[in-house]
Design a protein around this ligand. Structure first.
Ligand SMILES: C[S@@+](CC[C@H](N)C(=O)[O-])C[C@H]1O[C@@H](n2cnc3c(N)ncnc32)[C@H](O)[C@@H]1O
Length: 425
């Protein structure tokens, strides 16, 4: 009986990718002193072959942004004007390495805990640090050593100029916000991967780190921002990426993301060009799919805050432009067991004839709807605040309504008889 030669599995290479794409893989696989071993070099050969298939996006992005941390690369992402009041405190070197396409820092508030995905040289973090002030906190995440080093060495200077230090830069992949790559790296230096057993142990260690000391904890962040980074994440990792953004946000928290979107799907021929990937074009989300990705992850109340009217670039007839979107992690609906107590009467004030929420419920202008307390609380918060009138304001209307029906996801909310069972208001 012949035993088939083991072939490198695609799954294996994906696992390696998930583990190490931003690290210099060759640093940990078969360090020079071990390359003598046949076993080791064959393992390296297998991993290298498969890496070429699956690591090209990560590698293209890593190499391009390492270069871009050393010297300004004008072609990377579109120029943006930031509030000049916040730029004085930021070292010139950081401002020059600006590879953004929008300014999500405009939408953070004093006291916020902010997470910046793909923080690069740190510019958005340093602006946000000044907006949130000493009572807030800013965490920048990047997986590129050179970018992290630029941001980290600039941090003391910014802290000195603004008078407080409320920023941290952490090493991680934005699609895997539980894994602390600095900690993993310590482990890998102690125990480099020289065999498949080592590799399995490294995997186990990664899982343990995710479980016991997550880089970013569940529900710990008020606002997740990102400037021109999500498009750099491989498409197969994007569902997890949006899930991670949702996980780390507190209920009621928001994501404000500036990114590049395309007018139509980007064909494979363009997606295979590494220059276009790292230049924020190949990975651009199709505009409608960008919004759909937030919805699929459970976000609601999406708002398009900014959209370039003229495309930033047109390639093969496809328009690429910057879009800034805010998406809300709406609190869980707590009305499922509502017994009708503490009801609040709400009325959509217009100007549209009717509006629909993310669960398909329609609010007609001027129509009274009775909702439970938690729904009323939600409607009082952004992005719905100011759209609705509540009991005391709405009570002036005495138009009785006749029908009552279920209202999802506020299940027991009904069209109300504004005069109520006990008589007219
Ligand atoms: C276009 S630059 C934007 C940098 C910064 N946001 C700005 O406004 O200048 C992209 C940054 O995202 C980082 N990056 C790309 N993919 C990443 C990933 N999957 N995880 C973490 N960082 C990533 C790159 O290393 C780079 O620093």
């Amino acid at each position: 009986m012949s035993i088939p030669t083991p072939q490198p599995l695609r799954q294996t290479s994906q696992s390696v990718d998930a583990l190490l794409p931003c690290l210099r893989v060759d640093e940990f696989l078969c360090p020079a002193r071990r390359l003598q071993s046949d076993h080791c070099s064959s393992l390296e050969r297998k991993l290298t072959v498969t890496d070429l298939v699956t690591l090209n996006v990560s590698a293209a992005v890593r190499d391009r942004y390492s270069e871009a941390s050393q010297t300004q690369v004008a072609a990377l992402c579109c120029p943006v004007s930031y509030d000049p009041r916040f730029l004085d405190a930021i070292p010139r070197e950081v401002i020059e390495r600006d590879y953004g396409c929008g300014d999500p820092s405009k939408y953070v508030q004093p006291g916020d805990v902010v997470l910046d995905l793909g923080s690069g040289g740190g510019k958005i973090c340093f602006i946000a640090a000044q907006v949130v002030g000493p009572t807030g906190r800013v965490i920048g995440i990047d997986c590129n050593d050179d970018m992290l080093s630029l941001a980290r060495r600039s941090q003391p200077e910014v802290a000195r100029r603004i008078g407080f230090d409320n920023v941290q830069f952490l090493k991680g992949q934005i699609q895997d916000l539980k894994l602390d790559l600095d900690r993993l790296e310590v482990r890998l230096r102690e125990q480099p991967i020289a065999s498949s057993s080592d590799w399995l142990h490294a995997h186990e260690r990664s899982d343990e780190l995710r479980r016991t000391s997550p880089l970013v904890s569940d529900e710990s962040i008020d606002v997740v921002v990102s400037n021109c980074v999500l498009n750099l994440v491989r498409s197969e990792d994007r569902r997890q990426l949006f899930g991670e953004i949702h996980r780390v946000l507190k209920p009621g928290g928001r994501a404000v993301i500036s990114d590049i979107v395309s007018s139509t799907d980007v064909p494979a021929s363009l997606q295979n060009k590494s220059e276009l990937w790292s230049g924020c074009l190949s990975g651009a989300f199709r505009e409608d799919r960008f919004l759909a990705a937030f919805e699929a992850a459970g976000f609601g109340g999406l708002e398009i805050l900014e959209r370039q009217s003229e495309p930033w670039q047109v390639v093969e007839g496809i328009e690429f432009r910057s879009l800034t979107v805010r998406a809300h992690k709406l609190p869980l609906n707590c009305c499922a067991d509502w017994d009708g107590s503490n009801a609040t009467d709400v009325v959509y004030r217009g100007p549209w004839k009717s509006v629909q929420d993310d669960s398909g419920n329609t609010f007609a202008r001027g129509q009274h709807i009775t909702v439970c307390q938690s729904t009323a609380d939600m409607l009082r918060q952004p992005p719905y605040a100011n759209q609705m009138l509540f009991t005391s304001e709405a009570a002036a209307c005495c138009e009785p309504s006749t029908s009552a029906g279920s209202f999802n996801p506020l299940p027991l909310a009904t069209e109300s008889n504004c005069c109520g069972p006990t008589g007219c208001c």
